[in-house]
Design a protein. Structure first.
Length: 265
């Protein structure tokens, strides 16, 4: 007759210290030991699953931050586009205002378009004796509008350059910018690229532009005299390299070299 093998009900663990003290024993039931093993395996699996979930959540968070930054950049670019469009609309309004309202404020003497020298010659021919009308000299922008030195002159388009249809005059921040001739203010405001800008309309179909101002001191449709302070020198606008005035002269729809008039003065 075979003897039945007894099932193990307990496991005894001996704890032997290094300092030669009495040996201790730990007796655990088989069922308790199984529960402990299941608990440790389950805990280990939870740790692995948690780590995997953490990395997935971290990747989602990184993608969210990246998309959020791209969204902010797109909003900034959209704001710039809207600001440029507002500048274009403002210039269109100036043109309409000039056509509809200018005649009610000032009478502008117009002549046939031609070379600036011809205009001056025509004006000189009309003078006779000692009594002559010097209004032509106060109506043509024939001097620099601010004290300083020219850092860049008038340049036409070339292969190596996009051109520069005016002169840059460097000076002290806040210096007075003066009207170079009698005229009427057809624009006084802010543009995204050139900052604070003043545009004057003069006789004989001349226009003068004063850009990158720190502050404009005149209002649209205001009549100004030659030498009157219309702005303060600054560095406003997107394209700027220090405090300076960008000064332009146009005759009709064509830009001309301002230094040509300054040298004639």
């Amino acid at each position: 007759m075979k003897l039945k093998k007894r099932k193990t009900k307990f496991y005894t663990f001996l704890l032997i210290p290094d300092n030669e003290k009495a040996t201790r024993s730990l007796k655990l039931r088989t069922s308790v030991l199984r529960y402990l093993m299941v608990f440790f395996v389950f805990t280990f699996l939870l740790i692995i699953a948690g780590a995997a979930s953490y990395w997935e959540v971290a990747e989602v968070a990184l993608d969210y931050n990246r998309l959020n930054e791209e969204n902010l950049q797109l909003k900034k670019n959209l704001a710039k586009v809207e600001e440029l469009q507002a500048d274009i609309d403002k210039l269109k309004m100036v043109d309409q205002k000039l056509r509809s309202s200018l005649s009610g404020y000032v009478t502008i003497i117009e002549q046939e378009e031609g070379d600036p020298e011809n205009i001056l010659t025509t004006g000189m021919d009309k003078m006779s004796g000692v009594k002559y009308d010097r209004s032509i000299f106060s109506s043509i922008p024939a001097e620099l509008p601010v004290k300083g030195f020219v850092t860049r002159g008038y340049e036409t388009n070339s292969i190596l350059s996009r051109g520069h249809i005016g002169v840059d005059i460097a000076g002290e921040m806040g210096s007075p910018v003066k009207a170079t001739a009698d005229g009427i203010v057809i624009f006084s405001g802010w543009t995204f690229q050139d900052g604070y800008v003043v545009i004057l309309k003069h006789k004989y179909n001349f226009f003068s532009f004063y850009k990158h101002n720190m502050q404009n001191l005149c209002q649209e449709l205001e009549y100004v005299k030659k030498g009157q302070v219309i702005a303060l020198l600054g560095d406003s606008g997107q394209i700027i390299s220090g405090a300076h005035l960008h000064f332009e002269i146009w005759q009709g729809s064509k830009p001309v070299d301002p230094m040509m008039f300054v040298q004639m003065n």
